[in-house]
Design a protein around this ligand. Structure first.
Ligand SMILES: *[C@@H]1O[C@H](CO)[C@@H](O)[C@H](O)[C@H]1NC(C)=O
Length: 292
């Protein structure tokens, strides 16, 4: 009985879809991987998507994998931009962007800098949208001798321009140095060079929905609230998204998007950083509902 009903419903949807000019199927999902990984880490997630929504095209961009993910972010943005543009050109009904960890920052820069993009929903999967400040195992591997309190010496100078992690290193005890020397995060968060960022805001606001996924057991993104646009103040206390200056000043459109119901926060406990994309309950509760 259930099965017959489902079949009837999908037949009706297909007929309706053909008749009304609505997308004939689900929108293409473009996946951008995170630091130290690549397409092979996203096979499970791709299969979740195609099982839930048969016929969906899932494109995992095969660029800057593994060690190459440490290259400067603007360089990566340029090349991911070419790949995304060619996928969008053959997807006139629009695409969804699903971006993991560092990839979420690459994707946000793409949304700001590609003026004619047709991204419908941007899903940011445990991505340090407000920056990173923590002694995580990635950091200890990159800078074995350095504690988080000293990383700014490394990152906020010319060397920092060579390593992706420095592009979003946000030391709450050195705000001025961060704003003055960050060539990536402070720009896309409209914390400096506001004139440059004006057109970026309109581009960003072409999306209908921003889904921010994160949780307290992540273990890499620090503070984990950065995945929800929250961050430390000078005392390392969390200031949530809606109380952040970049939100209140609406420099890049976050407040406008939120005001029109376009921001969803999804929080999950019990998920380590490298498990986000293979956790089925994260998929069903925070991802699947938005892939429409
Ligand atoms: C999957 O997500 C659920 C819900 O957040 C969580 O309770 C569980 O621990 C997660 N499992 C793994 C292996 O990440």
């Amino acid at each position: 009985m259930m099965r017959i009903t489902a079949t009837v419903v999908s037949v009706v949807l297909v007929v309706f879809g053909l008749g009304s000019g609505r997308p004939k199927g689900y929108r293409t999902v473009v996946i951008v991987h995170g630091i130290f990984d690549g397409p092979k880490q996203f096979r499970t997630l791709s299969s979740f998507i195609t099982k839930a929504h048969p016929g969906t095209e899932v494109a995992v961009v095969d660029l800057y994998n593994d060690m190459s993910s440490l290259r400067p972010l603007w360089q990566q943005v340029r090349d991911f931009g070419r790949a995304l543009t060619s996928i969008m050109t053959r997807s006139p009904d629009g695409v969804h962007l699903l971006c993991f960890s560092q990839g979420g920052l690459i994707c946000r820069a793409l949304l700001h800098t590609l003026p004619d993009h047709n991204v419908h929903t941007f899903i940011s999967l445990s991505s340090p949208q407000a920056g990173q400040y923590g002694d995580t195992r990635y950091l200890r591997w990159l800078f074995p001798e350095v504690m988080k309190r000293s990383v700014f010496h490394v990152c906020y100078n010319r060397f920092g321009r060579k390593v992706s992690v420095c592009d979003y290193w946000n030391d709450p005890h050195h705000r001025e140095r961060y704003v003055a020397s960050s060539r990536f995060l402070a720009l896309i968060n409209a914390e400096r060079d506001h004139a440059l960022v004006q057109g970026w805001k309109e581009n960003f606001l072409r999306i209908r929905k921003l889904v921010l996924i994160g949780g307290p057991d992540d273990d890499v993104i620090t503070p984990w609230q950065s995945s929800h646009f929250g961050f430390y103040d000078g005392q390392e206390k969390i200031v949530e998204m809606r109380k952040q200056n970049y939100y209140m000043e609406d420099g890049f459109g976050l407040k406008t998007l939120d005001g029109r119901g376009g921001v969803e926060l999804c929080q999950c406990s019990g998920v380590r950083h490298t498990s986000w994309h293979s956790n089925y309950s994260v998929f069903t509760s925070c991802i699947e509902p938005w892939l429409i």
